[in-house]
Write a protein that binds this ligand. Sequence first.
Ligand SMILES: NC(=O)C1=CN([C@@H]2O[C@H](COP(=O)(O)OP(=O)(O)OC[C@H]3O[C@@H](n4cnc5c(N)ncnc54)[C@H](OP(=O)(O)O)[C@@H]3O)[C@@H](O)[C@H]2O)C=CC1
Ligand SMILES: O=C(O)C1=N[C@H](C(=O)O)C[C@H](O)C1
Length: 257
Amino acid sequence: MIKIGILGSSGRVGTLLIDDLSTDTEAMVSAVYVSKKIEKTLPEHTVVTNDMKVLFDSSDVIIDFSAPAGTEALLTEVVENRGNKPLVIATTGLNKHQQNLLLEASKIVPILYATNMSLGVAVLNKLVALASKTLRDFDIEIVEQHHRHKVDAPSGTALTLAEHAANARDLNLDEVRISGRDGLIGARTKDEIAVMALRGGDIVGRHTVGLYNDGEFLELNHTATARNTFSKGAIKVAKWIIGKNPKLYTINDALGL
Ligand SMILES: NC(=O)C1=CN([C@@H]2O[C@H](COP(=O)(O)OP(=O)(O)OC[C@H]3O[C@@H](n4cnc5c(N)ncnc54)[C@H](OP(=O)(O)O)[C@@H]3O)[C@@H](O)[C@H]2O)C=CC1
Ligand SMILES: O=C(O)C1=N[C@H](C(=O)O)C[C@H](O)C1
């Protein structure tokens, strides 16, 4: 059995990881990192720890659905203390320092980082690149919708979609992205890519990439209707990454896309 350690085990996705693994025939939860407390009943012999070294020592692979500070601590364990296990990282909202740490750690251990663990969004990224390049004159606007508890905006997925759109047009996303419009702002500029965030209720995750022109528009939408789409996706890629060489992998590598 593959031993999976979880960072973010008490969270919305973390608890689903524990549920999914309870019926998995190839993998099991071996350890959970808990900074405060965990209410959930865990399988017998699960190691419960607030020590990163113990999490690494008790796992064949670690899945992270936590918060940027949690991911930073995980990556620091690799870079500074030579924690040596493959990582699957799903946490969004990483700052520049944390993104650099991700690159540094991926030279030491294999890491798969994906802002969205669903197959549908992996395909959507490809469709967005194709549409953005082919429909070069169309205006691109991205809208993401999530539940009221989400703390980062725009979503990691929306930023990844925007990156695919910008790269396909040889644009630098940092230069063309806008995140709001208010007041007498003037007409839309040709290359700008708007990424707008809506929050409310229990929306699991909805992303729409619109390409608008005179006389026609195309909207590409992905809607996650169940949160375990993400936990199941992460378990699938965790099984895949074991035995791989140190590198920063994408979900496309794991899915063969
Ligand atoms: N890539 C993908 O497919 C998806 C990514 N996500 C991302 O995953 C992350 C978690 O989402 P969600 O489950 O909804 O969030 P929750 O807020 O429900 O859970 C967050 C978890 O992280 C833990 N945590 C918070 N801070 C730290 C820290 N400094 N160190 C260690 N653990 C910490 C919390 O434990 P405690 O409160 O005890 O500290 C909790 O268990 C978010 O960044 C979200 O955007 C979510 C869905 C899909
Ligand atoms: O926080 C969430 O819930 C989600 N976060 C990810 C993101 O920021 O893109 C993925 C998914 O949309 C759900």
